[in-house]
Design a protein around this ligand. Structure first.
Ligand SMILES: O=C(O)CCC(=O)C(=O)O
Ligand SMILES: [Fe+2]
Length: 339
């Protein structure tokens, strides 16, 4: 068990600007694992305006658990603006970013990802987590000029929420879960307490990219995660194949299925294991995590397809209980809820 001082130190990113080599505490031997050359094996690309999109998305959820989405309606300008805001944020002097440092055990603010506490090796990463308004953090980061960041973040979250709901309607239909039973759907004020989080990620230029990882392998604790990333670095694990590199298409969004969808679909949909490798060049990504309210009971039994003869593979678990299990056990959380 880490002491409070150790817990605090574990959320402070390295001062990457002055790192001329990869310190020993950042060395991940698996960073140099072989990656499948993805010729002929690429994650599905789906256009949301295609009339067959629901069917194609359902198939992609069963075979990959990840897809690239075109025709999603998020304005290109807004996506570019988010990339610029990431640059503006992460280029701030370290002392300034540290003013918005997340507290140990806290959910929002600047720092290394929360799952870092489960690993003894550090990841080549810094991030900012936002839930709801960004104003408290933005005021600390830019005391005289915080409104621009807040406005962009608000606009982005609003548009991402609408898109996530559109995708969830497709997923819930595919899983035969009646949307009317899920009363937190379509709640414009989010008064039902959906756990929506925006994660801005920065992977600074690395002097020796084959020795370290930007993010360790993990699945997302979400129903669905929408990710924008201009450059490569993300890899997904495909059973029987190994790590496959994702090559982001211009203006497309990457859609990850998260653990909650795996539970709701009784294991029919995959929550894909993924990781991030680093490069000699700077990389940013922005993830929008859509999670149900904390007290929502996530259960395969919500599906009308699950007849009495079919056994639920997972027990019912509230979102809060699962988030706690995941925070302590990471990918082993699944074995703890398996029937
Ligand atoms: O940066 C990426 O491509 C992935 C980020 C990610 O997996 C996450 O934030 O959970
Ligand atoms: Fe992720």
């Amino acid at each position: 068990m880490a002491t409070p001082e150790e817990a605090y130190m574990r959320i402070i990113p390295l001062d990457f600007g002055s790192a001329k080599s990869v310190p020993d505490s950042f060395v991940w031997p698996q960073a140099s694992d072989e990656v499948h050359s993805s010729d002929g094996l690429t994650i599905p690309v789906i256009d949301l305006t295609d009339p067959n999109a629901p069917q194609l998305i359902t198939e992609a959820c069963q075979t990959w658990g990840i897809l690239q989405l075109k025709g999603h309606g998020i304005p290109t300008k807004l996506m570019e603006d988010m990339e610029s805001e990431c640059e503006r944020l992460f280029s701030l002097p370290t002392d300034q970013k540290m003013k918005a440092l997340r507290s140990p055990g806290g959910s929002t603010g600047y720092g290394i990802v929360p799952m870092q506490s489960l690993f003894s090796t550090t990841m080549w990463h810094e991030g900012l987590t936002i839930m709801g308004s960004a104003i408290d953090h933005a005021r600390l980061l830019w005391p005289n000029d915080y409104q621009r960041f807040c406005d962009k973040i608000d606009d982005y979250q609003k548009q991402m929420k609408a898109l996530a709901e559109q995708l969830m309607r497709i997923l819930f239909k595919a899983m035969s879960i009646p949307v009317k039973e899920v009363n937190w759907f379509d709640d414009p004020t989010n008064s039902s307490g959906c756990n929506l989080a925006l994660q801005l990620n920065s992977y600074p230029p690395c002097p020796d990219p084959t020795r370290t990882l930007g993010l360790a392998p993990h699945t997302d604790t979400s129903i669905v995660t929408l990710l924008q990333a201009k450059t490569s670095g993300l890899q997904v694990f495909k059973d029987g194949v190994g790590w496959v590199a994702v090559k982001p298409l211009p203006n497309a969004l990457i859609v990850h299925l998260g653990d909650f969808t795996r539970i709701l679909s009784n294991g029919q949909f995959i929550s894909v294991l993924h990781r991030v490798v680093v490069k000699p060049i700077q990389r940013y990504s922005v993830g929008y995590f859509f999670r149900p309210p904390m007290d929502f009971a996530v259960s395969p039994l919500l599906s009308k397809d699950l007849g009495p003869e079919q056994v639920p593979r997972y027990r019912s678990v509230t979102a809060k209980e699962y988030l706690d299990l995941k925070a302590r056990h990471l990918e082993k959380a699944f074995s703890l809820i398996e029937n």
